[in-house]
Design a protein. Structure first.
Ligand code: SF4
Length: 342
């Protein structure tokens, strides 16, 4: 028995054909699962009854168990789910004027232990399956305040490129007109900089957005903040990013979380502008959320603006983001961290 969401449309059509059934039933099944959110084959009234019986004997349709749902004053809404094996994960809805973004987790915990992130604090347990990630999207779609879910970001708990095959398959399914029909350019993978996976991704032919968490412009600070830098140092990472941009012809985004007294001074802005010079990229500056466990604090507003203005003057495309959901612990992994510690 496996979850039917483990299959893409072509795989399901092949199974149906092998059973002597008409392949178009696959589209009907996808419509029930992804568009109507049905979790019981018996409800699929336009399928022949013997096919429903056979589907029930071979597949199940997973649904997530919601443990907690909290909403921020800024509209950001966070969901904590329990999985079949009692592990927990988080997903977030982030509404803005023009878009409704779903942020989903890709792993239970994380191996990479970035210093500013709560997700790595409980260690790594396992990869999420493709159906578990699709179920997160389905849940967010059905709970997106009556509005259409327009964007998906793989920025929740876990390093997406450390769960490469499942994430790429989930993206192809999310992108399908028979499921969520969310355009590839509205899907973002955020990575801490796993170089071999960035190279592999550049050959997938996906028009998705890639966002690389940089957070420092020299190896000393970056290795302190992100231990992954000791395996994939900055110089090699920037080279891999340059190759990715040239192979995919896509602009790349660098995320830079500003943390007081660590990576925020003007000398850091100077180093950053040097390493990004001549790259087709943009930089998202994000003042860090306060995480009590890590004693991380955002810099003063004046320092943040100085940093941004220096990059702008250097010809770098910069966006200053406000942290979302500060009052509901919306930084990656914070809710799960507190739930699992309770
Ligand atoms: S920022 Fe991403 S890669 Fe780093 S510990 Fe958190 S989830 Fe893992």
């Amino acid at each position: 028995m496996k979850d039917i969401k483990d299959l893409d449309l072509k795989e399901l059509e092949e199974i149906l054909t092998g059973w002597g059934e008409r392949p178009f039933h696959a589209r009907q099944i996808f419509a029930w699962v992804y568009k109507k959110g049905v979790t019981d084959f018996d409800v699929m009234s336009d399928l022949p009854s013997d096919l429903r019986l056979r589907l029930k004997g071979n597949f199940y349709i997973l649904s997530l168990n919601l443990i907690k749902r909290i909403k921020s004053y800024d509209g950001t809404e966070k969901f904590l789910f329990e999985l079949k094996d009692n592990n927990s994960i988080e997903a977030v809805i982030i509404p803005t004027e023009k878009r409704i973004t779903g942020c989903i987790s890709t792993q239970v915990g994380c191996k990479f232990a970035c210093r500013f992130c709560a997700s790595g604090m409980l260690g790594f347990k396992r990869n999420l399956t493709n159906p578990e990630m699709l179920e997160e999207v389905l849940y967010l779609k059905n709970n997106s305040l009556g509005k259409k879910l327009t964007h998906i970001v793989f920025m929740g708990i876990g390093e997406p490129l450390d769960n490469y095959d499942n994430v790429v398959k989930a993206i192809r399914i999310i992108n399908s007109p028979h499921t969520f029909n969310i355009g590839a350019r509205r899907i973002t993978i955020s990575t801490s900089g796993i170089i071999p996976a960035i190279k592999k991704l550049s050959g997938e032919g996906l028009q998705i957005e890639l966002s690389v968490s940089l957070h420092a412009a020299d190896d000393n600070i970056r290795s302190r903040l992100m231990p992954v830098n000791k395996i994939y140092p900055l110089k090699d990472l920037i080279t891999a990013c340059r190759e990715y941009i040239s192979k995919t012809n896509r602009q790349l985004t660098f995320e830079y979380v500003l943390i007081k007294d660590i990576n925020s001074g003007l000398q850091n802005a100077l180093k950053l502008s040097k390493i990004l010079m001549s790259l087709n990229c943009k930089v998202n500056l994000i003042p860090c959320n306060i995480i009590k466990e890590l004693k991380a604090q955002p810099p003063e507003k004046s320092e943040i603006l100085l940093f941004r203005d220096y990059l702008l003057k250097s010809g770098i495309n910069v966006t200053l983001r406000r942290p979302r959901g500060e009052d509901i612990e919306a930084a990656c992994g914070q809710l799960r961290l507190h739930y699992e510690k309770e």
